[in-house]
Structure formats: C-alpha cells, structure tokens
Design a protein around this ligand. Structure first.
Ligand code: NZQ
Ligand code: ZN
Length: 387
C-alpha cells in the first residue's frame, strides 16, 4: 500500500426525520444563506422542513442554481452574501447546489481578484479560507456531501473546471433518504452510474497490495449493483434508497483512494462532453469509461481480471476474454439503467472529439490516468472508440 494521509471532518447525519437537526448544527445567531436549485425542494416538502428547522435563525435565500452550476449565477449569490454579511451557507439540493455552495463560500472571502482564478489557475492561486457551510442532500450521486471538491461551469467560455481545498468540506451533511423519493428515474440512474464510476476511478488501476481498499471498493460496487435496480423499481423503498445514498457518499469521501493509485481520466474527459453538449455528468462517464478500460486493458490487466471475477463472477476463458466480458458486463449494467454508452446515441460526432483534443492541447492537459501515461492523442483514440 502507498503512503497516505486521510482527513475527513464532515459530520454525517443520516436517516429519517434528520432535517430537524439542522437547527442545532447551524451556529446560533448566524446569518444564513440557504441555497437551492430549480425548485424540486418546494415540491417535495424539503423546503418547509428546512425552514422549520431554521425558524430561530436569520435566513436569506438564493434559488435557481442550475445543474452543472454556473459561475455566472453563483457570482450573484456571492454579491448577495457579501451585502447581507452572510456567515453560514446551507445547501439544500443535489451535487450541483452543493458544489455551487462550495464556490460561493470560497469566493466570498477570496481576495486575489476574480474567483474564477481558483479554478482556472489552480497551480498559482491557493484558497486561504471559506465561510462555513452545511448541506441537506436530496440526490445521492456525487459524494460532494462528504468531500471538499466542486465542479463549476463558466457559460461564457463553455468550460467546466474543478477545485477543492481543505476549507471546502461541509461542516455537516444531512442524508435523509426520504428527501430523495421524488427523484425522477433519470436522476436516480445518473446517481448510480456516477457513484459506480467514482469507485472504478479509484479501484480499477493496478494492484499495490491494498486488499482492504479493494474489498471496500468492491463492497460499494456490489451494493450499487444490488440496490440500484431496487431503487429504480421503487424510489420510495426507504432501505434500498438509504443503502444507495450511503454507498454514493462512501464512493467519494477520500476513503477509497487512501493508499492506492487513482485514475480520474474518465472524469476529466467526461467534463468536456458536459461543457460542450450539456450531457448529464453520469452519462458522459458511461460513454468514456468502457472505452478507457478497453484502451488501457494491458496496464489495468490485473485489476480488470479481479473486477471481473469478484464483481461479475467471470472466471472462465482466456485473460483477454475475461477482460472483455467484464467490460461488457459494465456496459450491460449501465444500459439496464437506461444509460446509453456511445457518443452517437447522444448525437455527438467526430467534430466534438477534435474540439476536445484542441481544448486539451491549449490547456496543456497531459499525463492523465494512474500511470500518467494518457496523453491527448490517447484521449482522441479513447473517444473514437466511443463513437
Ligand atoms: O434543481 P432542482 O430543482 O433541485 O432539481 C434537480 C436537478 O434538476 C433534481 N433533483 C435533485 N434532488 C431532487 C431532484 N428532483 C426531484 N427530487 C429530488 N429529491 O435533479 C437534477 C440534477 O441535480 P444535480 O444536483 O445537477 O445532480 P447531481 O447531484 O448528479 O450533481 C451533478 C453535478 O455534480 C458534479 C457534476 O459534474 C455535476 O456538475 N460532480 C461533483 C463532484 C464532487 N463535488 O465531488 C464529483 C462528481 O464527479 C461530479 O463531477
Ligand atoms: Zn462523477
């Protein structure tokens, strides 16, 4: 196992009826900005529960944070937060509202110019702080509720970039599975595939003698495979939803990547497909992951064989056949959730591949993947395999 540091300060408050706990978690006397999305929380009763919990606090609202949250929208919230001297933010919604909240929290205290700099000039610009925030999560998928990362889109330039810092961990996250009962099938399947791919990016690399990490990752994958279809069938199945929700949190809270190499090339490439075409985040991963696994099957061989055997019971045939069967089982799983895995099914053609290659060249993207051996030419080939 590789050396590692693991730090995760997020308090998770899980279960039925736990939104009421927000009352105690938000500091007394705080001037709170409640952030939310396009209105789902006003239709499913979550808004009322949060307002009830915050009745003793001074609350301001900022709604309208869109999926793949926009820098342009978030900057309006930054202005509001500064004007109203906000000192705590409560994110109520999915990963986009929470990522947007992380940006607002950091941007309010940023004193080095335009906050976009902490995404576009990561190497040069370090965050020095953020105002504290918490979350009520309504969509299991991203793991944002227990990590310090965020992904923000700048509409003006069609860029989708990430940032993270020790200051952007939520103080707490409330995970009440009942808040997710109103999710449409499209968002549930997105959540399953996003969480599944998060595990794959930290597991499907090369062995470093980290059997516990492998077993935890495999446990999350198997739980997603078992519980995912139950949730699709019946989104009000409390136990299945709770298991799915906790799996998605565990998939990206830093535990799985402790001591092991990580890939993340699928996410890096996928973000470009969302930036250019607005394809849902999880669907971009379903397009890229199978081709990436095929393209890198030689350097990922041991783990692909282990994945095939332990997750899909693939033990017969030559190594090549088992690897291909494992990738096909993955595609079949995504398809079973109504998620298409090729570019043409999303009306994306060769021109987009050229556009992504040009952007990566311009941005100096190189050395992706766990072995830092995926270059722009490889990205081009991987995407061609996804056509
Ligand atoms: O905006 P509202 O009206 O709330 O509707 C949302 C939105 O339309 C809806 N929704 C959320 N909870 C609901 C609900 N509808 C009914 N009932 C509920 N309980 O679902 C739609 C999608 O929401 P969104 O927050 O965009 O989805 P998700 O949680 O999948 O977040 C995706 C974003 O997270 C980023 C992605 O790139 C994308 O921008 N990611 C963040 C990561 C992180 N911070 O660690 C890691 C991920 O890899 C990912 O990149
Ligand atoms: Zn993701």
């Amino acid at each position: 196992m590789n050396n590692f540091k693991f730090y995760n300060p997020v308090k998770i408050i899980f279960g039925k009826g736990t939104i009421a706990e927000v009352a105690k978690e938000v500091p007394a006397g705080a001037r709170v900005l409640m952030t939310y999305g396009g209105g789902s929380i006003k239709k499913n009763g979550v808004y009322e529960q949060v307002m009830e919990a915050l009745k003793e606090h001074t609350v301001f609202e900022f709604g309208g944070i869109e999926p793949n949250p926009h820098y342009e929208t978030l900057m309006q919230a930054v202005e509001l937060a500064k004007n109203e001297k906000i000192d705590f933010i409560l994110s109520v919604g999915g990963g986009s509202v929470l990522d947007g909240t992380k940006f607002i929290a950091a941007a309010v205290v940023f004193d080095q110019g335009d906050p976009w700099r902490f995404l576009a000039e990561k190497a040069a610009v370090k965050l020095k702080g953020a105002i504290p925030f918490g979350a009520v999560l309504t969509l299991p998928a991203t793991g944002s509720e227990m990590n310090s990362g965020a992904v923000i889109t700048k509409v003006a330039t069609k860029e989708k970039l990430t940032f993270g810092s020790p200051f952007t961990f939520p103080k707490f996250s409330v995970l009440d599975p009942e808040t997710t009962f109103s999710l449409p099938p499209r968002q549930i399947s997105n959540g399953i595939v996003d969480a599944f791919t998060h595990v794959m990016e930290q597991y499907l690399t090369y062995p470093v003698n980290a059997p516990l990490q492998d077993r935890i990752a495999e446990g999350v994958l198997l739980t997603l495979i078992e519980e995912g279809p139950k949730v699709m069938q019946n989104p009000s199945d409390y136990n299945a939803m709770g298991n799915f929700m906790w799996s998605a949190t565990m998939a990206l809270n830093g535990l799985l990547s402790a001591g092991v190499p990580t890939d993340w090339a699928t996410h890096m490439i996928g973000h470009e497909l969302t930036a250019l075409h607005g394809i849902d985040h999880a669907r971009t991963l379903a397009i890229v992951l199978p081709s990436l696994l095929r393209y890198k099957s030689e350097t990922k061989k041991e783990k692909l064989l282990q994945y095939g055997a332990r997750i899909w019971n693939i033990t017969e045939g030559s190594e090549e056949e088992r690897i291909e069967a494992a990738i096909q089982a993955t595609v079949k799983f995504f398809n079973s959730l109504d998620i298409a895995t090729t570019l043409h099914e999303y009306d994306v053609d060769r021109a987009t591949i050229t556009a992504i290659v040009e952007r990566f060249q311009k941005r100096g993207v190189r050395n992706l993947g766990e072995r830092a051996d995926i270059q722009v030419e490889d990205v081009e080939k991987i995407l061609e395999m996804s056509l």
